[in-house]
Write a protein that binds this ligand. Structure first.
Ligand code: CU
Length: 110
């Protein structure tokens, strides 16, 4: 339902951006905007106030990302309460244009 809503609104938002060309643009909006990716990693730092977590993540083949250490924003800050530095975690995230990827789900793997 959420995907549908975004798909339905995106052309309208773009069309209102003072660019007449968009009004006639019937191409579907980018589906990968809300595509979710799964990965594993290790917690390097947790920023509960800022709603961020730094992870040393494994390679994400689907995105051709090599293994690296980077930070992610977390949609639900409460999920950070269950994390400690050094925990192995499984997480899912979506890419956000121009911003840190957003984790939609993260949990320790025991
Ligand atoms: Cu990375």
């Amino acid at each position: 339902m959420k995907k549908f809503l975004i798909a339905a609104l995106a052309p309208w938002v773009l069309g209102s951006a003072a660019m007449p060309a968009y009004a006639a643009d019937t191409r579907p909006p980018k589906a990968e905007a809300q595509k979710s990716y799964a990965a594993r990693g290790e917690v390097v730092a947790v920023d509960k106030m800022g709603g961020k977590v730094t992870l040393k993540h494994e390679a994400v083949a689907e995105l051709k990302w090599p293994a690296m250490t980077m930070f992610f924003a977390v949609a639900d800050k409460a999920q950070l309460d269950a994390l400690d530095v050094g925990d192995r975690v499984e997480f899912q995230f979506v890419k956000v244009n121009g911003r840190a990827p957003l984790i939609t789900q993260i949990k320790p793997v025991k």
